[in-house]
Write a protein that binds this ligand. Sequence first.
Ligand code: MEV
Length: 431
Amino acid sequence: MQEAEHTSRIPGFYDLSAEQRLAVVRTFAALGDSDTEALRGDGGLNLARAEQMIENVVGVFGLPLGVATNFGINGRDYLVPMAIEEPSVVAGASYAARLVREGGGFAAGSDAPVMIGQIQVLDVADPWLARSRLLAARERILELANAQDPVLTGLGGGAREVEARVFEASPVGPMLIVHLLYDVRDAMGANAVNTAAEALAPLIEETTGGRVNLRILSNLADHRLARAWGRIPLEALAHEGFAGEQVGRGIVEAWAMAAADPYRAATHNKGIMNGIDAVVIATGNDWRAIEAGAHAYAARSGRYTTLSHWSLAGDGYLTGSLELPLAVGMVGGATKVHPAARAALKLLGVTSARELAQVIAAVGLAQNLAALRALAAEGIQHGHMALHARQVAMAAGATGALVARVAEQMVREGTVRLDRAEAILGVMREA
Ligand code: MEV
């Protein structure tokens, strides 16, 4: 990890003003004026640009953009942009990344960016026969798919494989579902895959003798997995009277609950997605697609379970890993159109969609560690309440130094409510 100049380990970053933090980030990534303005929000998405993105536009919706520090992944340092409304997430990711840094940083990997296009074939009297005929036409299918996007094939992407799955009994009878595996390079891939799947329909009807209905990509992008792993020396986990071993054991026990129980797994994975979505949104990617893929992948065995794994191997370290589909791109869509997303990608400095997926996987693992450590070591409510109290104080109308004073009093009293914040604020203003 580069500790000398280009380091994401920035002690005191948390205590700087937003303008000072932006200056640090700007220097780190050598950002120009327009990217810096875009991150600040002033030069971000405007109404005219928003109107080109969706329909019936009336305005632009803002979210806080934070930057997580301390991330070292595959020997490289990253400052990670995170767009999210929930307190504690950016601080949690940064804290957990620092813990993993003490164990040597994150390692991460990702598969080739291969997406699945699905083509539904109906009216096949014998779906197994249809399947055989279809697979015999593999070369023609791949060739036709590759003719659809010469730019993508020129970049080394394109159709890779054809698969066919038989469903003998669906609510509308037998069905053949054809999968086109398609390498989309640095795109998220929905457009390319949908275009290829549509172009294949006539050929698939001809070879199977059936009728094609749906032609659409699958968000269960399980050929496009990303994974991150890392370890933390147990002594780094020691916290306020809890020995590192105790906290490590508590984390593994908390993880085991998610491994065993879907009710806990949903919350456990939600914590992972807190980090993942925040980076996905900041970089202009489709977070609904990522959510759909993550949860479908978590249920792939037929029982919904955790996306991460934590263990104590008895070597003095807590070890964690995470794997999930991550169909993220850095060309096309909002990644290019949204000025802040473009600037966020520059800040990250990633050079491929695969690298972006690796960073996002590492953030997901860090977020999971932050949540489990907090739950196991100190009770998340304590830290959460303090931040929640600040929001309630602001909602009651507190500004400037009054925000912290009203929040502190509510936490002290153990009553964090809007009516109480208003009452405290009234008294403080009169004093
Ligand atoms: C809150 O947004 C996320 C957590 O509930 C995740 C977890 O319980 O692991 C803290």
